[in-house]
Design a protein. Structure first.
Length: 323
């Protein structure tokens, strides 16, 4: 069925891939983005499509469109970027969610909220299941993002309970793929960029900390399935690849796949409150959405490496000095 759909943060890494899928499905798509950490080049190929519109706007300010569905993806997600202006990060998470919900309430539209595995903090439960309430430091340097996303989830469920707004909440675990900003400071983009250049690989901690890496196409498939699931299934639901790797394993694999010229650098201290383990329990997604990842790490890394080889890094401005 043809729908009118708003995607906040639609020019970002995840948002642009979501816009691709929605446009190809024939929906009318409005992409809303302030281009703080995103690049207009991510959506340049869509600008001539009759069912796609780009609007430069900051979600902390109200917006009004006539739509059937809203995907709320707007927020800087890399630590260096969300810590650059922590107050703005909190405002983006909370006010952005509030503006989406206010619009959804008026239009009786369904709203999808992209939350994060960071709501679990540095977890005491492994793997992380949706019923786990998390271990977050509310006054640490990561709190602007972690607590901002937790507050946005609270707001989603309060609007649902008080006003009957149809909500869909997902918690995203580490995702990678083409269109990642090469200078976003995340581990996959850092390692690939450094590996291709034959530079020293930046390693924080001893490399024993773990992450689970989900390829972008798998994640977007989960988004679409969640949005179209029965109204009573609100989530939150974990979306991520449950295969767990140490950061050292990722570094060694990336060095080998980028030519073997890079070398591991001296270990740096782990940032404050950095999670030691991260692995999703995706039982709920399997049962309720029929979803699980299909692209494994070696295949996804190769696709991401090939993309980064194909772009000119000089075309990418660093959004903040923190990368």
């Amino acid at each position: 069925m043809h729908k009118r759909i708003l995607v906040t943060g639609g020019a970002g890494f995840l948002g642009s891939h979501l816009c691709d899928r929605l446009v190809e499905a024939g929906h009318d798509v409005i992409c809303l983005d302030n281009l703080f950490t995103s690049q207009k080049s991510n959506i340049a190929h869509l600008l001539g499509r009759p069912n796609f519109e780009f609007v430069r706007h900051d979600v902390i300010n109200p917006f009004h469109f006539e739509v059937d569905q809203i995907y709320n993806l707007a927020c800087p997600a890399a630590p260096g970027h969300y810590q650059y202006n922590p107050i703005k990060t909190m405002k983006t998470s909370f006010l952005g969610a509030m503006n989406c919900l206010g619009l959804a309430k008026r239009l009786r539209a369904r709203v999808f909220h992209a939350s994060t595995s960071e709501v679990y903090g540095d977890p005491e439960v492994h793997p992380q299941v949706e019923s786990y309430r998390g271990c977050v430091n509310p006054i640490g340097p990561r709190a602007c993002y972690d607590e901002g996303k937790r507050a946005a989830e609270t707001l989603m469920f309060d609007y649902h309970r008080m006003h009957g707004v149809q909500i869909k909440v997902v918690r995203i675990f580490n995702t990678y793929g083409p269109r990642m900003h090469p200078f976003d400071g995340r581990v996959v983009s850092n390692f690939i960029r450094q590996g291709l250049a034959g530079d020293t690989i930046s390693m924080f901690g001893d490399g024993s900390q773990t992450r689970s890496f989900c390829y972008v196409s798998d994640l977007i498939d989960g988004f679409l399935r969640m949005m179209e699931s029965p109204a009573e299934f609100t989530g939150p639901v974990n979306l991520g690849n449950p295969n767990e790797f140490t950061i050292m394993e990722l570094a060694q694999k990336t060095i080998a796949m980028t030519g073997g010229k890079a070398r591991l650098g001296a270990s740096r201290p782990l940032p404050p409150d950095d999670p030691k383990q991260r692995k999703p329990d995706i039982t709920l997604a399997r049962e309720r959405l029929g979803w699980e990842p299909t692209v494994q790490l070696a295949e996804g890394l190769q696709r991401t490496i090939d993309w980064m080889k194909s772009v000119d890094l000089a075309d990418f401005r660093a959004p903040t000095p923190n990368y």
